[in-house]
Structure formats: structure tokens, C-alpha cells
Design a protein around this ligand. Sequence first.
Ligand code: NBP
Length: 489
Amino acid sequence: MSQTKSQTDKADIGLIGLAVMGQNLVLNMADHGFSVAVYNRSADKTNDFLAGQAAQKTIQGAYSLPELVQSLKTPRKVMLMVKAGEVVDDFITQLVPLLDEGDIIIDGGNSLYTDSTRRTNALKQQGILFIGTGVSGGEEGARNGPSIMPGGNVEAWAAVKPIFQAIAAKVNDQACCDWVGKEGAGHYVKMVHNGIEYGDMQLISEAYQLMREGLGLSADECHDVFARWNTGVLDSYLIEITADILTFNDTDGAPLIDKILDSAGQKGTGKWTGISSLDMGVPLTLITESVYARCLSSLKDERGVAAEIYPRTIVANTEDKEAVLQAIHDALYASKIISYTQGYMLMKEAAKEFKWDLNYGGIALMWRGGCIIRSTFLSEIKRAFDEQPDLQNLLQDSFFEHAIKSSQANWRKAVIFGISQSIPTPALSSALAFFDGYRSATVSANMLQAQRDYFGAHTYERIDAPRGERFHTDWIKSGGNISSSSYEV
Ligand code: NBP
């Protein structure tokens, strides 16, 4: 029986949830010399795993939570890789009475950061240490080296660090895993990572449609372009798999991409990022547009009806094909810079709001390998924050300034090309609109403030008065002198 095992016979860590992520993380841990005890709600999955891939490895099965807990070295480390939400809370409720003070519960699922903050604080009251960690990289990453973004109770970190840093992806021998911050900081950073993933995928998909429908390139020709781009500044996992996808043929020999229905799904992390940006008042336009683009894509039948009413107008393209391709390339690069700029703006605001001490360069390193948004480009973000830890905005770094300035003309050209061909480019064009707003010393909000004061006496500030001093005008000469309260939400 496991109760009689000596401490040395016991497992280094326990893992609950033997679906795709859990199984692969366990195998990865075992390959790095750790012994793992595993538990799954459905025992047949545990049996199949132990008899299959886990056979001959330092992996042992448990068929109840008490059995799992008793088979662990102290302080016990129990990692959950289950469906986010209530399931995590249910497991925590069952585990707490079985654990001792100083034991550690780790949630590696895609949990909402506010849940991780709540769990960290509630478990602390009960003497249990909690880590809420983002794990990115899908099945392949979990097996061979994911990006891991842990946050929660820092007192747990020393015991978990050797395991996490051993199994994480490595870039130049540095693990793509480091402590992110207290409470829900790890899951917040993972959420922003997923939001950026939505943005990167949407940008690439728009570039693809401009090539395919705007320039009339075949799937093979598009493959060649993406494969070429993957050797330059856009070198990234998502460009690489896009090139791969374009060479994959269906059973009839035709490109499989042309058989896939254009209706996108989503599991919520992009939406959470957008909601958080609205809560914090950060203009995260590109990621939010990418979520909306998925929503619009899912109106498949309705779009079909609208397409009959409003057929696409196509203007003959007189531009040289290579010149348009270069414009699309530059637009993609500049927009990607905007997406990361906005993501970092959001993390900075969250850090301020929640009093988290986020290491921005370290976050770029964690995303540099193992995860879906991994790219060479992230090295420049790391360098920028290493050089200037207090950098206000990525667009103020000289590398990104140069990249934007040299892409700007082509960025506009690509967006105009999309408009002229009636091809939607919500991410490419919203990135440009953000950039034009951000780089404008004067925007149209004076008119907005005048309108607000006209109909609602919301008051305004004047350019010839100190900031904070508020004025109200009786625009129609019939109102009173009472103004509305000037609070911000
Ligand atoms: P799933 O998200 O599909 O979760 C499956 C696991 O949850 C199984 O062990 C299942 O047990 C268990 N489970 C469910 Br579902 N409902 C349960 C319940 N009511 N009580 C107890 N156990 C329950 O697995 P996954 O795709 O491996 O993802 C695990 C976590 O990692 C999730 O939070 C996911 O969002 C996150 N994540 C996934 C990926 C990815 O690429 N898949 C990447 C990064 C993060 P059963 O076998 O008995 O049904």
C-alpha cells in the first residue's frame, strides 16, 4: 500500500487529469527524471495510460485522491490539468482535507485569472500554497517543452521551480519558465498570451486572404510566400504551420484548406483578454477585433445571404504582384508590433491595478519558445525591456520605431489594397487606426467632449487652462449652471 512507502519511494509530484495536456506533461516530467503519481476521474484513462505510453517509466497510478496524496513526497505537489472552472474548485475542495500545511496545489489549466487570485488567497488562509500557471504549446509543447507562466503564492515556487524549469522549453539554454507574480498574475499573462495568439492568427489569415483572393495566388504559391517569410523578421511557429497547412492535400489531391469551413471557434481566452482591456481602459483593438472576426465568421449562413445582396466589388489590380506581396509582408510585421504593444500596455495596466511586479523582459523570454506565439521577434521585446525596464511603450524603443517607420507606407498600401478588393482586414486596419491615433498629438476628442457637455453637462477641460480644471457651457442658452459629476468608469 502506498501508505507504507518511505519518503524516497514516493513520487516527486502528483498530476490530476489525464487528457492530452496532462498525459504529455507527465511523460515530459518522467523523461526529466521526476517520478509522477497520476489520477484521472475516469479510471480507464489511467489504466490505458499506465499500460501504454507510461509503461516502463517512473509513473504510478492512483485510483482515489487519498491514494494519490499518500503517494507523494512532502511538501506534496499536486498539479491539476483539468477543465477550467468548477471542476478545479471541486478538486481543490476534495484535496484540502487530505493535505498538510505547506503542501502545494498547482492549477495548470486555462483558468480565469480572477479565479486564481481567489484560490491563492483562500488557500493561504488554510495553510495550503497555490500556484496558478499558464501552460502553452499544446500537445507537442507539453510533451517536449512548453512555455510555463506560474503565479500565485511565491512561497511555493522554490519547490516547484526545478520541475517546471526542467520540463519547459529552452531558448539558448534559458528555460521558458520563470516566476511571473503573485495571485492570478501567471494566468493573466497566459490570458494575454492567448489574446496575442488570436491576433497573430487573424493577421496571418488576413494576409493569406489578400494573397489568395486579392492577388489570385494558388495555395502552393501562398505556401512559397509564407515559407520565404519564415526565414526573415516574421520567423515564427504560426507562419511555419501556415506554410505547412498550405501544402497539405485532401484525399482527392486538392488543398485541404479549401475544404475547411470558414467558421471559427473559440474557447474564451481571447474574449477574456478583450473584456479585461475594456475593464482597464486599455485600447486593445487588434486582439478584440480578432475575437469579433471569429464571431463574424461564425455567422456563416447569414453571410451567405448578405453576399447575394452585396456581391464583392473587385477593382483590377494594376500593381506589381511582388510589390503587393511586400506590402502585405510589411503590414503584417507592423501590425504584429502593434498587437504586442497593446498586449504589453494591458499587462502594464493590470500590474498597476493589481500591484503585481511583472518582469516584462522575462515574459517575452517565456513566450520566446515552447508556446504558440513563439517567434524570433520576441527576442527584441526582451532586449527592449532588459535595456529599459521602465520602457513606457514598445513603440518608444528605437528598434520598433525603425521597424514601424520602414513598414508604414507599405502597411497603408496593403490596407488600401484590401479595401479596394472588398477583402476584410479588421486586424491589419484596426492596428493602423490605433497607430494613427497613438501617434497623433491631437485627436477628435475635443468634439466628443463638446457633444457630451452639450447634451449631458458632462464638462470639459480647456487647452488654455490647467489639467483637471473643468468647464461647462450653456450651449443652447436655456440650461442652468449645474454640471454633471466628473467621474470616470
Ligand atoms: P480537457 O480540457 O479536455 O479536460 C479533460 C480533463 O478534465 C480530463 O481529465 C477529464 O476527466 C477532466 N474532467 C472534466 Br472534462 N470534467 C470533469 C469533472 N466534472 N470532474 C472531474 N474531472 C473532469 O483537457 P486538456 O485539453 O488536456 O486541457 C487541460 C487543461 O489545460 C484545460 O484547462 C485546458 O484549457 C488547458 N490547456 C489546454 C491546451 C490544449 O491544447 N488542449 C493547451 C493549454 C492549456 P475524464 O477523463 O474523466 O473526462
